[in-house]
Design a protein around this ligand. Structure first.
Ligand SMILES: [Zn+2]
Length: 487
């Protein structure tokens, strides 16, 4: 039988090629977030699978492989596993609550060896192997997730490009929601009516662009958008295409109908300028075989400037510098600054970091390293720690909006919450800024802890230990708190 065995060995990798052989959760699967969904600053790179509103569901390796990367962080993917498969794919499982005992033993050892609580580990290739369908962990709500779910994604191992897992075997229901066209008239976004009058093509946006859409003007194809495979360096395209004011007004994420002139977004397969002459046109927007919207559009005149020089906006004690081509398209920004406050309008998406500089007349010497800029735009807010420069403080951010300078000289505030029967000890940790764990120990011996940023709390794996728990936590400006509690 040697021939047959050889033949089977040769065939095995091909049989597995491109196949998700086991679903990552018990079936049936249900989707709460689609692939390529438009998020803040990125396209959703995976598919969010519901876990019944709870945590602790078994998560399965979709195919045989080995653990290539393990991440633990308070934000982003939280607890995440990256498995490499012999087929050349990587499967990613994020926001997990726990890892399998074998994986956890490795993580715990490495964390103690490094003395760190935020981990990004690459075990030696083949060190942690996982059989197809084995339980690699349990689902959770760690990191920047808005509720319990499993974020599942598939990548090409070599290029790290994001792939659509559905054609490769992920069994999820077909989405029922359909793309829709929105129009901005008199600064208000509304679902498009039978006919439209807009000042530019930028006043039109499509929601649910992830299902793909194409744009015809007077029956000729001008633009076609669909993301099927993409790399992380094109993620900024999400900001270039996002209709910001639609999101702030209606709470929906829409993608501008027109590819932006300065920063063409990824996913545009056909990318021609739409006619810029004022006049009447017939517009048709399709998604797949169905018509999203079709009708007459009256285009008023509005010039769109594609070339953007570097801009420097200044007031007495403030400046704002935008590098060349920093915005999706050129637009005039109003800049108002007074004392500790700065306001930029409109709150355009910056595709490159912009630099705010504050040159205060007076600031106590001890405070120069203790300031941050609390800045908010139509989508949300950010707190940007300052960097001291000659005669002032610089804040580097991608958020253009209204900002207030604040001073933080206090370390995080800590308070004992409870001890669970499992031995997990919860400590509340509050600060204006992001916090990180420097060290946790019981009677001087290092212990594992995890910061649950959403809960403003951390937990320590205390087991059945008694004695003195000591925690050192600090905020982004280096304000340190040492907290002790007798267990
Ligand atoms: Zn997700």
């Amino acid at each position: 039988m040697p021939h047959l065995r050889l033949w089977l060995l040769a065939l095995a990798p091909f049989a597995a090629l491109g196949q998700i052989r086991v679903q990552p959760l018990d079936e049936p699967l249900s989707v709460s977030g689609e692939l390529a969904e438009l998020r803040n600053h990125h396209f959703h790179s995976g598919i969010d699978l519901r876990t019944g509103g709870t945590t602790g569901k078994n998560v399965y390796a979709v195919a045989e492989g080995w653990v290539r990367r393990i991440v633990i962080r308070p934000d982003g993917y939280g607890w995440a596993l990256y498995l490499d498969h012999p087929t050349g794919h990587t499967s990613v499982y994020a926001h997990l609550e726990s890892f399998s005992p074998e994986i956890w033993a490795y993580v715990r050892t490495q964390a103690e060896r490094l003395g760190e609580y935020r981990l990004d580990l690459y075990p030696p290739r083949g060190f942690l192997t996982v059989p197809e369908g084995s339980v690699i962990g349990t689902s959770g709500n760690t990191g920047a997730s808005g509720g319990p779910h499993l974020h599942f994604e598939l990548r090409d191992q070599a290029s790290e490009e994001i792939l659509n897992p559905i054609p490769l075997g992920l069994r999820v229901p077909t989405p029922v929601a359909k793309p829709r066209l929105w129009a901005r008239q008199n600064e208000r976004w509304r679902p498009a009516g039978d006919s439209l009058s807009v000042s530019s093509w930028y006043d039109l946006a499509v929601t649910l662009p992830e299902q793909g859409f194409s744009v015809y003007v007077d029956d000729s194809l001008r633009a076609e958008w669909a993301l099927s495979r993409w790399s992380f360096d094109v993620q900024r395209g999400a900001d270039a295409g996002l209709a910001l004011s639609l999101h702030s007004q209606q709470g929906v994420r829409g993608f501008l109908l027109h590819p932006t002139p300065t920063q063409p977004a990824p996913g545009w397969h056909v990318h021609l300028s739409l006619p810029n002459q004022p006049g009447r046109y017939r517009l048709t927007v399709n998604s797949g075989d169905s018509v999203v919207w079709s009708g007459p559009v009256r285009l008023q005149s509005r010039e769109l400037r594609a070339v953007q020089p570097r801009k420097l906006l200044e007031s007495e004690s403030w400046s704002l510098e935008l590098p060349a081509q920093a915005l999706a398209w050129d637009q005039n920004l109003s800049f108002r600054a007074e004392d500790r406050r700065v306001v930029v309008a409109p709150d355009a998406a910056a595709l490159k970091p912009v630099r705010y500089e504050w040159h205060p007349d007076q600031l106590a010497d001890s405070l120069w390293d203790k300031t941050y800029l609390a800045v908010r735009d139509g989508r949300g807010s950010a707190k940007i720690p300052g960097t001291r420069i000659e005669g002032g403080i610089r804040f580097t951010s991608k958020t253009l909006g209204s900002g207030d300078v604040r001073v933080d000289t206090e370390g995080p505030e800590c308070r004992f919450l409870r001890r669970e029967p499992s031995g997990r000890v919860w400590i509340q940790v509050r600060d204006e800024l992001d916090v990180e764990i420097v060290r946790a120990s019981i009677n001087g011996a290092w212990v594992w802890a995890y910061l649950d940023a959403k809960a403003n709390a951390l937990w320590v794996d205390a087991g059945s230990e008694i004695g003195q728990l000591e925690l050192q936590v600090q905020d982004e400006l280096g304000n340190l708190t040492t907290f002790t509690h007798i267990l």
